[in-house]
Structures are given as structure tokens and as C-alpha cells.
Design a binder for this molecule. Structure first.
Ligand code: FES
Ligand SMILES: [Fe+2]
Length: 424
């Protein structure tokens, strides 16, 4: 990969090509759970290199404002959330969720309040997430509906994990089927240490559950309106049988990973060039316990993940938390799927130099991700809408968990709805 393409793909701040492209989509900015009740503590967070304060007002409505007060730039994250707005601690200016200036105690001029507004951004709350749009006002796209918006809340678990790695490192890990049976051996094949294979399907929310022990899947990719989907084909015992696993990628940050009974919608949302908020949505046709998802992801270990701040900590000072003494019976010396994925992404350094890679055929879905993201950048540069941002409903997009089909059959027939063209 050319160094210039790596720069284009990884830099997301204001004024950068990818920053301009990402700003043409809605993004999650925090979870609903992070703002648990009206007038709760405000949240300070970043999105695409900019700083915001997110708060829930007395009516329960959520506002996203620039973090720094428009008066003299104190952080509003220190402010008081009360009486239908957020009040800056410094001189008491108070703002509603849409940026209306409600009070200016040190400047009692009503016209001044009416003529100005604090920078604010549109908000939707859906699927356990707070979504916002920070791009050009006149280019605001439709708010897209994802399948996990539907169904009762107990059928869904929402986790946020803030990791010190560029979003693309984490995203590429999510479209890399050939690592599942190796990195996640503890979950994909719990008897690996005996050189035998045991399928781990007893946990039907296990996204590492492979049905067969083939760690050299052949991959095929097909472009779609929203990005692409790809299949990993694994040998399934007889020459005329193949196990397929299909992963859709929805630009600019989402992929859907299948588990036996659930689907994991994973968003790799850039906070800035070096930090990523991973939003992990486990969604299915029945109730699921948050503690089970936290455990299978390896986020129950407090050394790594703080459920309150959502920050993921891994430090070379303790070898990124790896337990090398355990590696006789534990493949990674780590524990859990997200813990393993996040630590490997951190181990690459915040922004990896892709000009030094040696890619192979098993990396074809990663190459396509880069290509599709660069296409979206070119579309914005050409004055067009970027790939997929006009699709109002993504309900037809599905991952397919390991399924054995006749090797002469077309995998696309198993995921026909993924290929439906949606009129812009
Ligand atoms: S800095 Fe916020 S009110 Fe003065
Ligand atoms: Fe992984």
C-alpha cells in the first residue's frame, strides 16, 4: 500500500479527505446507558478529532454540543445539567440541547441571546446508542435504520470499548476471517492443546464458533450498495461440501459478525486518528445476558476494561497483560475475543505503516475494505454522496453463521437479501 493511501485512510480530523467523508454519515457518539437518566452527569467525548459534550436534559432528550463553552471556552463537561439545559460553571451561561442560549447571567441582553447559538448537532437515540451527525448542515443524510433497533431491549447487549489504535486496524481485524480459528483458538477450538478439534457451538452467542477446523479459508468478495459482503469457505469433510460464513461490511465503520443464534454489529468509530470507540451490539431473537457477552469478549477482567469509562487499558509495562505462563493451555495468554482483538490492534502501534505489509490471498476482504473506503473518499471529492449513506433501511443486511452447502452451489444464494439494490 502506498504511504499516501495509508494517510488518506487513517486521518479523520477536520479538513482531511477521510474526515470529510466520515462526516457525511451518522455515527454513534456514546451509548444510551452512558446517559442513564434525565439531568444525569454530562459526558465528554471525541468524534473524528473534535471534542463534544453529550447530555440528557430534564425531559430525557439528548443534546450534542461542542465541548468548549462559546463564551470563554471552559469545558461544558464540568457544567450543571438542570432545568432543561446544561449550564457552564464559569459564568452560568445555559444552553438547551439545540444550542439555544437560555440564560447569560453576566450579560442580561435578550437580543444577544437570540442572535447567537452554541454549536449543536442533530441527535437520534436508537438501538441503545446515541447517534449524531457532525457534517455539513445542508448535506445531512437520512438516519439509517439497523436491524438491532428492533425487538425488546433484553434481546440486545450494547458495549462500548475505547481503544488506543486507529479505527482501521480494528476494522480490518473484523473482516479477517482467517484469524478467527487461530487468534481466537480458545473460543474457536477449546481442545486445540490436544491437537483435536471441538466445535464451540454450545455458546450460541460465540462469534468465534467455527464449525470446521480449516484455518485456510478461501475468500470471495462481492460489492454491494452499502459496501460489500464476503464469504469465507472452509473444507467441510467431503469434497462436495463446504462450510460458508458470510460477513457484510456497511460503510463507513460497521461489519456484522455471525454467531450461532446472534449477530454482532460492530462499529469502529474514530474518536481521533489514534483512538477508536468500538460499539459492539449483540442482537438476536431471544434474551441475552450482558454478563455473558462481557465474559466471552474478555471484558470481565478489570485490568483491561472499565465499564464506567468504557476505556480499554493495555500497556507494554506489563506486556499488554499477557500471561505467558498460561500459554500451555491458553493459546494467547489472554482471555476473550474482544480482549484479544483489541490487544493485537494496540500492539501494532497507534497507526500501522501498511507499506511494510506482505498481504496474501486470505487478506482479500481487507484489501476490499481499503478500496471501498477510498472509493467513498473519491465520491465525496467528486461532489457526490458517499457510498451507501442514502440507504434508509439496512434491515435486509445479514451475516450468515457457518453453514454447510454443496460446493457446487453459489454462496450468494444463501444471502440473497444482502444483494438487494436499494434505490437512492
Ligand atoms: S466560559 Fe462559559 S459562561 Fe463563561
Ligand atoms: Fe478477532
Amino acid at each position: 500500500m502506498k504511504t499516501s493511501d495509508n494517510e488518506t485512510l487513517t486521518r479523520v480530523g477536520p479538513g482531511t479527505p477521510m474526515g470529510a467523508t466520515m462526516r457525511r454519515y451518522w455515527h454513534p457518539i456514546c451509548t444510551s446507558e452512558q446517559l442513564p437518566h434525565p439531568d444525569c452527569d454530562p459526558l465528554r467525548t471525541k468524534l473524528l478529532g473534535e471534542s463534544f459534550v453529550v447530555f440528557r436534559d430534564s425531559q430525557g432528550k439528548v443534546g450534542v454540543l461542542d465541548e468548549y463553552c462559546m463564551h470563554r471556552r471552559v469545558s461544558l463537561a464540568l457544567g450543571r445539567v438542570e432545568g432543561g439545559g446544561i449550564r457552564c460553571l464559569y459564568h452560568g451561561w445555559k444552553f438547551s440541547i439545540d444550542g439555544t442560549i437560555l440564560e447569560t447571567p453576566n450579560h442580561p441582553d435578550e437580543r444577544f441571546r437570540k442572535n447567537l447559538r452554541a454549536p449543536s448537532y442533530p441527535v437520534h437515540e436508537a438501538g441503545g446508542l446515541i447517534w449524531t451527525y457532525i457534517g455539513p448542515r445542508d448535506k445531512e443524510p437520512v438516519f439509517q435504520k439497523f436491524p438491532f433497533f428492533d425487538g425488546p431491549d433484553q434481546n440486545r447487549v450494547v458495549l462500548r470499548i475505547n481503544t488506543h489504535a486507529n479505527y482501521l486496524q480494528l476494522f480490518e481485524g473484523g473482516v479477517d476471517s482467517s484469524h478467527v480459528g487461530i487468534l481466537h483458538s480458545n473460543r474457536a477450538n477449546p481442545t486445540w492443546m490436544h491437537n483435536t478439534f471441538t466445535s464451540a457451538v454450545e455458546e450460541d452467542y460465540n462469534p468465534g464458533a467455527l464449525s470446521v477446523p480449516d484455518n485456510c479459508p478461501s475468500l470471495e468478495v462481492e460489492d454491494t450498495d452499502y459496501g460489500y459482503h464476503y464469504v469465507a469457505k472452509r473444507k467441510a469433510g467431503t469434497p462436495d461440501a463446504v462450510s460458508i460464513r458470510v460477513t457484510p461490511v456497511i460503510l463507513p465503520t460497521c461489519r456484522i459478525i455471525p454467531a450461532p443464534a446472534f449477530q454482532f454489529f460492530v462499529f469502529e468509530v474514530p474518536q481521533d486518528d489514534e483512538w477508536t470507540s468500538t460499539y459492539l451490539l449483540c442482537h438476536g431473537p431471544k434474551a441475552i445476558a450482558r454478563a455473558d457477552v462481557v465474559r466471552i469478549m474478555g471484558l470481565d477482567d478489570e485490568r483491561f476494561w472499565n465499564p464506567k469509562t468504557c476505556d480499554f487499558h493495555a500497556d507494554w509495562a506489563n506486556h499488554l497483560g499477557q500471561d505467558r505462563a498460561a500459554m500451555k493451555h491458553n493459546w494467547t495468554g489472554l482471555s476473550g475475543i474482544e480482549q484479544e482483538d483489541a490487544i493485537l490492534a494496540v500492539s501494532m502501534g497507534p497507526i500501522v505503516d501498511r507499506s511494510l505489509e506482505h498481504l496474501v490471498a486470505a487478506d482479500v476482504a481487507i484489501v476490499r475494505l481499503r478500496r471501498r473506503l477510498l472509493e467513498a473518499v473519491r465520491m465525496v471529492e467528486a461532489g457526490q454522496e458517499p457510498l451507501g449513506n442514502q440507504i434508509a433501511d439496512l434491515g435486509h443486511v445479514k451475516a450468515l453463521v457457518d453453514t454447510v452447502i454443496d460446493s457446487a452451489d453459489d454462496w450468494r444464494d444463501q444471502v440473497k437479501s444482502n444483494r438487494e439494490s436499494v434505490p437512492a
